[in-house]
Design a protein around this ligand. Structure first.
Ligand code: KG4
Length: 341
């Protein structure tokens, strides 16, 4: 089954062709990062307009590069939530039109489910059940993935997402947008014990996380240094900050796998590209005797192939939509199991 899949929830426009949920025929991605960099963050209106400009060309290019006929496309999938609503609407309307024109089913995919499914493309042997640590620019979740489409959120951030936290601190450091990657690069060789950042606990909710205190502590430290003329050791500041984020995520993920009695831990999302988090996950999983799956860097950020991978399993579970499919700015990861489209 060949699925044409569309992603436009934030600042990447992507169209992919994926066979049977596991084989990428092509994944065409257009990043808007340069467009938003000058503003220090994504400007929703500009994001929507840029998606409109490139989405048709990306689809044409995907079909040409994959070397298939349009008649070989069996279904069209789209990330329909969560995301910037104007941006998501572009992808949803485009996907609806293509599905109608080709006369094939339309498959709605939760964006975070897509991030998780990126691992199915990289690891043919991976099958549920597993615990997934899903960490992106807008979400931080610990999820019990019982089956390809049956998921239960064990814990979530109570405030900022891990990626948002990296981006805000990077912005104050003048590292540009998106700042997670340059902050990661700057942290190499730094002393992670030089600055202390708090790891928050949420009483009675062992898998819930909070990053706003960590973010504020880092920003206050930087502002204080500016005001007093103190010179900060930037690599050590970045290394200590990354340690704080990692310490909030990794032990909880390992505890969640243990509690569920699973043997597999999966990471997903843009922040899964972070070198400190990857290294800590590897160490902790090995110590716990758990098999770890972390997407290759190219599949951590937003892409179309991950949507096509998850769409295959949503389709097999009977999750298709009609021409009344809408876009949603927010949506629970388990919503598809509760009767929504
Ligand atoms: O998954 P993603 O591409 O978009 C969303 O679905 O949100 O994640 C983007 C986030 C941004 O916050 C970006 O700064 C962060 O992932 N990121 C990183 C790294 N690479 C990307 N954060 C920390 N370290 C990295 N190496």
């Amino acid at each position: 089954m060949i699925i044409l899949s569309v992603e436009s929830t934030c600042d990447e426009t992507a169209v992919a062709l994926v066979r049977d949920g596991r084989e990428v025929l092509t994944d065409q991605i257009f990043s808007q990062a340069d467009l938003h960099a000058v503003y220090g963050g994504v400007v929703p209106e500009l994001a929507s307009r840029s998606h409109v400009e490139v989405i048709y060309q990306l689809a044409d290019r995907a079909i040409a590069v994959a070397g298939i006929q349009k008649s070989e496309i069996d279904a069209v999938a789209v990330s329909y939530a969560p995301g910037l609503i104007g941006a998501v609407l572009v992808g949803v309307n485009f996907a609806k039109s293509v599905a109608a024109a080709l006369g094939v089913p339309l498959i709605p995919v939760h964006h975070i489910r897509g991030h998780m499914a990126a691992n199915y493309l990289a690891y043919p042997e991976l099958e549920p059940p597993f615990v997934c640590l899903a960490i992106s620019g807008g979400n931080s979740l610990i999820v019990d993935v019982r089956d390809y489409t049956q998921m239960y959120v064990m814990g979530a951030t109570r405030d900022d997402a891990a990626g948002e936290c990296f981006d805000k601190v990077a912005r104050v450091l003048g590292l540009g947008y998106p700042g997670g990657k340059p902050l990661d690069a700057l942290s190499r060789g730094g002393d992670d014990s030089k600055y202390h950042f708090p790891v928050a606990k949420v009483e009675g909710h062992p898998y819930d996380m909070s990053f706003s205190g960590l973010k504020t502590a880092a920003i206050n430290l930087i502002h204080h240094a500016e005001q007093t003329g103190e010179t900060l050791d930037l690599p050590s500041l970045c290394a200590s900050f990354a340690k704080g984020v990692s310490d909030s995520l990794v032990p909880r993920a390992i505890a969640a796998v243990r509690e569920r009695g699973y043997r597999q831990l999966v990471a997903a999302g843009g922040v899964a590209a972070n070198s400190r988090i990857r290294a800590d996950l590897e160490r902790a999983a090995a110590a716990a005797g758990v098999q770890l799956f972390v997407p290759p860097l190219r599949l951590c950020g937003d892409n179309g192939a991950m949507v096509g991978a998850q769409a295959y399993y949503e389709y097999r579970a009977g999750h298709t939509a009609g021409s009344d499919l809408n876009a949603y700015a927010s949506m629970e990861l388990g919503a598809l199991n509760e009767g929504q489209p």
